[in-house]
Design a protein around this ligand. Structure first.
Ligand code: KIV
Ligand code: ZN
Length: 508
């Protein structure tokens, strides 16, 4: 392996699956493993075969079915564990046995109740035993980051001599900090005499939110394998997230000077698959694969992105599997983003109509969290359908509705010459009351021959589109308007129809 090549070891199906609430069946594990192979991870740790018959079955199925990546099975430094792991991976094209044994003082004294020399002996024997079944052996001194450096180096040297090709340095409890963890790795590089015969790996947990930072620091110090999981799944606070690690190395390659063979365009897809199968969804602001990772709402940022994407993005969303950056239309969006989206949607509006549409958009954005394309479409269509002459326009209205009394509406309209007039009316419902009040002002008693309302967007704050037909002296005209307030949309649609009607009458 070249010196600048980082081996990506995925443990989503083993440490990731140890995450509370994330258990997967064999079929689901196989589906994820196939995607991991397409992602081109170097090693897939498929499970812990001795742990349960289900785990054994999953590891052996993946070993048999998945090509391309090395398939690893985990084992404690015990014969029965190694036997189970060896059997489970025997059909793999590239099999690996991963043996682990705790080395830290606290684990030696309270968990294993063994002295240093006993641990050393067990580590050597287990690696030698595993070597009978596979060429590719990885050894992990569990809780390495809390192990005395001298003893850790002694164990590392001994297991390499016994046949381990990879020595993995786990920060089992997520205790490490980037600086000291990098120094720990550097100490191994500088002081273990046979270290060149093996690859140094790291396996960091995220208890302090530092799993990725610690792994990157270890790479800088000489580690050439990193263990990680999709979406950062794993025991407790999880493991280092593969997508963050790999994109860190890629985005700052001038600093690290290393590369992986990962097909990064597959990150979003595999993240969604893993989230759906485990039921553990990533937060919106999760780096790389969260829904907001490439979303911009602030007007200043949107303007920057439209002029040059790199102003506010350090990675290309396409490189990790997103279609494009997402300029979220909301109350912080500016005119630039609005115009760009209208154009993107294929509309050409006059300057005046664009201004009105933008004003409507801003009002809607104040009422609604996120503005979808359907919302914009309704606003634009509303503008495109607008008559040049507004005989009447809605100034304001007030509705009185309760369960006891007849609905009542107070409506104020503006005439095309600027005159203002108000009226009050009741009706069968709030819409009927509003239209009656409008009729009183326009002095046109129209018949509503068609009325339709549909939600054009999803959710409780959806935008409602009202489309209606009005008849007056055998003349039929239509009106359309949209808004989150459906009474207001009904009033605007009706007024729009009345404006058409007046125009037609004048033409006649
Ligand atoms: O966290 C840990 O120490 C482990 C080992 C088995 C590598 O998961
Ligand atoms: Zn772990």
């Amino acid at each position: 392996m070249k010196k600048d090549r980082i081996v990506i070891f995925d443990t989503t199906l083993r440490d990731g699956e140890q995450c509370p609430g994330a258990s997967l069946n064999t079929g689901e594990k196989l589906e994820i493993a196939r995607q991991l192979a397409l992602l081109k991870v170097d090693v897939i740790e498929a499970g812990f075969p001795i742990a349960s018959p289900g785990d054994f079955e999953a590891v052996s199925t993946i070993a048999r079915e998945v090509k391309g990546s090395t398939i690893a099975g985990l084992a404690r430094a015990l014969k029965k564990d190694i036997d189970a792991a060896a059997k489970a991976i025997e059909k793999a094209r590239k099999p690996r046995i991963h043996v682990f044994l705790a080395t830290s003082k606290i684990h030696r004294e309270f968990k294993l109740k063994k002295a240093k020399q006993e641990i050393l002996k067990q580590a050597i024997q287990s690696v030698k035993y595993a070597k009978k079944f596979a060429d590719d052996i990885e050894f992990s001194p569990e809780d390495a980051s809390r192990t005395e450096q001298e003893f850790l180096n002694e164990v590392v040297e001994a297991v390499i001599d016994s046949g381990a090709n990879t020595v993995n340095i786990p920060d089992t409890v997520g205790y490490a900090l980037p600086g000291p963890f990098g120094e720990l790795i550097k100490n191994i590089v500088d002081n273990v005499p046979n270290i060149k015969k093996a690859i140094i790996s790291v396996h960091c947990h995220n208890d302090l939110g530092l799993a990725v930072a610690n792994s990157l620091s270890a790479v800088k110090a000489g580690a050439r394998q990193v263990e990680c999981t999709i979406n950062g799944l794993g025991e407790r606070a999880g493991n280092a997230a593969m997508e963050e690690l790999v994109m860190g190395l890629k985005t700052r390659k001038e600093y690290f000077g290393v590369k992986t063979q990962i097909e990064t365009k597959r990150f979003v897809g595999i993240s969604k698959l893993t989230a759906n199968l485990t039921g553990l969804h990533v937060q919106r602001n999760k780096a790389i694969v969260g829904a907001n990772a490439f979303a911009h709402e602030a007007g200043i940022h949107q303007h920057g992105i439209l002029s040059k994407r790199n102003t506010y993005e350090i990675m290309n969303p396409k490189d990790v599997g997103w279609e494009k950056s997402n300029l979220v239309m909301g109350k912080h969006s500016g005119r630039h983003a609005f115009l760009s989206r209208v154009k993107e949607m294929g509309f050409k509006l006059s300057k005046e109509k664009l201004n009105t549409a933008f004003e409507r958009f801003k009002i809607l954005a104040d009422e609604k969290k996120e503005i979808y394309d359907e919302d914009l479409l309704a606003i634009i269509e509303d503008q495109l359908g607008k008559e040049e002459i507004q005989y009447f326009s809605l100034e304001k209205f007030k509705i009185l509705v309760d369960t006891e009394t007849t609905p009542e509406a107070n409506v104020t309209l503006k005439f095309y010459d600027g005159k203002i007039k108000s009226s009050r009316a009741s009706g069968d419902g709030p819409v009927d009351a509003t239209l009656n009040a409008i009729d009183k002002i326009t002095k046109l008693r129209c018949r509503l021959s068609d009325y339709e309302i549909r939600a054009v967007t999803k959710g409780r704050d959806a935008l409602g589109e009202v489309s209606l037909q009005v008849e007056y002296k055998k003349q039929k005209v239509r009106g359309k308007a949209a808004g989150t307030n459906i009474i207001e949309a009904s009033a605007r649609a009706y007024i729009s129809a009345v404006n058409h009607l007046v125009k037609k009458q004048q033409e006649a």
